[in-house]
Every structure is written in C-alpha cells, then in structure tokens.
Design a protein around this ligand. Structure first.
Ligand SMILES: [Ca+2]
Length: 255
C-alpha cells in the first residue's frame, strides 16, 4: 500500500513538473517505458455513462423505513476532473483509505416517506467512533425523490473528502453535490451510485497539493485541466465538474 502510494506521489510530481515545463522527470519504473506511458493499467472501474445506474434493475425497498440508517461510502472511483491516467493512480489510494477507515463519507437517512416517494438525507464526512461512525460537522439536509429503490437528490449537498498523503492531507471540498443511487430491497447496500459535484476555483486555490495549489496543479498539467462549470452563470467557468461512481453499506451512526 505504501509503495503504491509513493509511486502515485512520484507520478503526480512528475506530471506537475512536466506540466510546468520546468523539468522532465523519469520515474524509472518499467524497463523500456516511455515518458507519458501510464504507470498502471487503467483499472476497470470507469464505467462509462453514469456508473451503470441506468442499466441496473430497480426494485421496491421492502424494509419498512430506513430512517436513522447511516450508509458509509465503501468505494468511490473518480472519473472527473482528473484524466483517466491520473484517476487510475488516485483511485487505488482512495480505495485503500476507504478500506482502512481513513476516508469516511456518510449518507444518513432522516426521512423516508414511501407515500410521497421522498427522502431526506444528510451527506457528510465522519470519523470512526469504536465500531460506529460519527459525523464530523453538522451537514445540511438534502431532499431526494425515491422510486423503486432509486433515489435522486433534488437539493444539493456538500462534503469534504480528506485524502491522507502521509505527511499532509489533501482536502477535496466538493460543493453542489447531487447523488443518485440504488438502494437494495433489504437496505443492505447502496449501489450503483453516482456522485456529481463541483470543485470551485476558489476552493482549489486554497487546497495544497505537493507544494502548490490544486488549481495550479490542475491547470499546470499537460494538457491543462481547465474549469468546465459556470456555477454563478456569469459567462466564465469557475469550477470543475467532480464526478465519481460510489457504493455504500450500512454502518451504525454514533451520536
Ligand atoms: Ca462564473
């Protein structure tokens, strides 16, 4: 795990440098590898077109009510804004840290009205508390529709995803989050699910990664990854679309 993390870091550094045109950096990983060759095969996690949610079989939830149930993200594979080659390096790190309870994102059910086919959730970061998990902040409520096991946010949530980079933390503040997902009839899991949100330019300026801002990092790669969302609709893009596929499983919510 550590070696894979270090390899990812080396590759990120290499990308940042070559992107800035300051230097070229060869990782030396793999005889005969050429600069620009991916270090890893892209894992088969990039399900094209909505994480397979549209194709999944829906079925009514048979559990009478999910109110009070917390679901913890146990996988999150980013598809945007990072290019596939970079996602292929970052996603295994995210997966490792979800497996080891370092990255903890909860989706808590506060309302589950089968008659009106509506639900209300809270989405937020959490910390382990014994065998349970406790929300780290006080996330706002977000409404959703729920038909035949599939929920779709009608409001917007936000969450900060905190990735442990060894000596520092990479904080990814994701705004305007919309979730859609399929709840298993017995409530035993959510998946497939899709997360769509926005990483704002203002946030990316304050996030540090490898000694520079995340904004400079993204715009400094080759080719540059430029903002592709105009959140305030003033005609100038000010955010990156942040997208990923997720699954989640029930956990106990600590008060
Ligand atoms: Ca704008």
């Amino acid at each position: 795990m550590r070696i894979r993390f270090l390899a990812a870091l080396v590759a990120l550094t290499s990308l940042a440098w070559s992107g800035c045109g300051i230097d070229e950096y060869y990782t030396g990983m793999g005889q005969g590898a050429l600069p620009g060759d991916p270090l890893y095969r892209v894992p088969d996690v990039f399900v094209a077109g909505g994480c397979g949610l549209a194709e999944a079989n829906t079925a009514p939830v048979t559990v009478p009510s999910l109110v009070g149930q917390a679901f913890r993200f146990d996988s999150l594979a980013l598809t945007k804004p990072l290019p596939d080659s970079l996602s292929a390096m970052v996603n295994p790190v995210i997966q490792d840290q979800m497996d080891t309870a370092i990255i903890n994102v909860l989706l808590v059910v506060d309302r589950d009205d089968r008659n009106s086919q509506e639900m209300t959730f809270r989405l937020g970061a959490a910390d382990p508390a014994g065998e349970a998990f406790r929300l780290t902040g006080t996330p706002a409520s977000t409404d959703a529709t729920m038909v035949d096991g599939r929920f779709d946010f009608t409001g917007r949530g936000e969450v900060v995803i905190s990735v442990d980079l060894g000596t520092e933390k990479l904080l990814l503040p994701v705004k305007a989050v919309e979730l859609s997902g399929l709840i298993a009839p017995d409530g035993s899991q959510i998946g497939p699910g899709i997360l769509k949100g926005a990483l704002t330019e203002a946030d990316a300026e304050t996030v540090e990664i490898l000694g520079s801002s995340l904004k400079d990092f993204l715009t400094g790669t080759n080719p540059p990854i430029l903002p592709d969302l105009d959140l305030d609709e003033d005609g100038t893009n000010d955010a990156w679309l942040f997208e990923g596929c997720f699954t989640a499983t029930p956990v106990t919510l600590a008060p």
